[in-house]
Design a protein around this ligand. Structure first.
Ligand SMILES: C[S@@+](CC[C@H](N)C(=O)[O-])C[C@H]1O[C@@H](n2cnc3c(N)ncnc32)[C@H](O)[C@@H]1O
Length: 333
């Protein structure tokens, strides 16, 4: 699960889908609004100072602060088994970004294959160089990276072409759209169109897993800082329009030397609700949905473990997983 899902789990600890409490202690907060300091008139002609922000890689920072793919992969495997009674082998990772999850998936099982789709050439290239290239050759052979739109990418063709593909027809067992990426679709028509594409890409007993957050805090325009040892992650819920539910958010990174990487990532989303999501999944053809709510540890903090529920709690900030099951998947859980 997202180590620190976008909306900064932190806002209210209630949102964390898992970890990271492991914030480092005692680091400077790096709260400067950005400008590198220390260039006086006297040394104006001197070489510009190289800041920590200049040296940082935004994808590395994103993965360190937002994602926790190993935990996510485990959740996918165990929930699929519980829902269908069999092992998931073929994964479709939508909005994959650096494809960290798809790479972890193929690395963790010789029978596993994965296709990862993203529309952005740059981020996919980063994932190819930093994750795919580091896989053992046999694992790399079981991975396909596709640059394209999740609504039109032919992931069946990609999966069917992989050596030892578990399904000759290229159907995925499980599809994922994580870190709220599906919020990029702002109308019901667009979203159902996307859900239908996922439905078509899945096996008859396939499962589609998404995440969503909500609660009163989600509507608040605010910045939330989370400190790590070498940087501060800032989740900026910048604006929300109640008429359209349009939701603009950013991730900034700030550093102990006062430098900043502003708007390292920008999101132009619609803030969908959980009932809307479930209704539209059914409209797209899925047979039923299961909502996974996060449990608490002994201190009342989010435990990172998710279990199916019929009813939630009115927390100011929550994150859940939603599984959408094709008709063949139902096992009654
Ligand atoms: C929030 S990031 C998600 C990264 C990663 N999946 C995660 O869980 O953190 C959203 C990604 O979706 C991609 N994206 C946005 N619209 C898309 C579309 N229509 N088809 C494919 N990818 C898209 C962006 O390029 C971006 O890399």
């Amino acid at each position: 699960m997202a180590k620190k899902k976008h909306q900064a789990k932190g806002q209210s600890q209630g949102k964390s889908k898992g970890q990271p409490k492991g914030k480092s202690k005692g680091q400077p907060k790096g709260k400067s609004k950005g400008k590198p300091k220390g260039k006086s008139r006297d040394n104006a002609a001197a070489k510009p100072r190289v800041t920590m922000a200049d040296l940082a890689d935004r994808h590395e920072l994103y993965e360190a602060s937002v994602q926790s793919v190993e935990h996510e992969i485990e959740f996918l495997a165990s929930s699929f088994k519980a829902l269908t009674g069999r092992k998931a082998l073929a994964l479709r990772e939508d909005f994959c970004g650096t494809a960290a999850a798809a790479c972890a998936w193929v690395r963790r099982g010789r029978e596993r294959s994965a296709v990862a789709v993203d529309i952005d050439h740059e981020v996919l290239g980063w994932g190819r160089a930093h994750h795919a290239a580091r896989l053992k050759p046999k694992a790399r052979d079981r991975l396909a990276l596709v640059e394209g739109d999740v609504r039109t990418a032919d992931t069946r063709a990609s999966l069917a072409g992989l050596p030892g593909a578990s399904n000759a027809d290229g159907a995925a067992d499980i599809a994922v759209a994580f870190n709220f990426s599906w919020w990029t679709f702002k109308t019901r028509a667009e979203l159902v169109d996307y859900f239908r594409a996922v439905y078509a890409a899945l096996a008859e007993d396939g499962v589609f897993m998404l995440d969503i957050y909500g609660g009163a805090d989600a509507y608040v325009e605010q910045e939330e800082e989370t400190e790590y040892s070498l940087f501060t992650y800032v989740w900026d819920q910048h604006s929300f329009d109640p008429v359209s539910a349009r939701y603009r958010c950013y991730i900034h990174f700030r550093f102990p030397d006062g430098s900043e990487m502003p708007r390292a990532f920008s999101y132009d989303w619609r803030l969908w609700t959980l009932p809307e999501l479930q209704e539209l999944l059914l409209e797209a053809g899925f047979a039923r949905t299961v909502v996974y709510w996060q449990g608490e540890d002994e201190d009342g903090e989010p435990s990172g473990d998710f279990a199916p529920v019929e009813q939630g709690e009115n927390d100011p900030a929550w994150i859940v997983y939603v599984a959408a099951l094709k008709p063949g998947a139902s096992r009654g859980q």
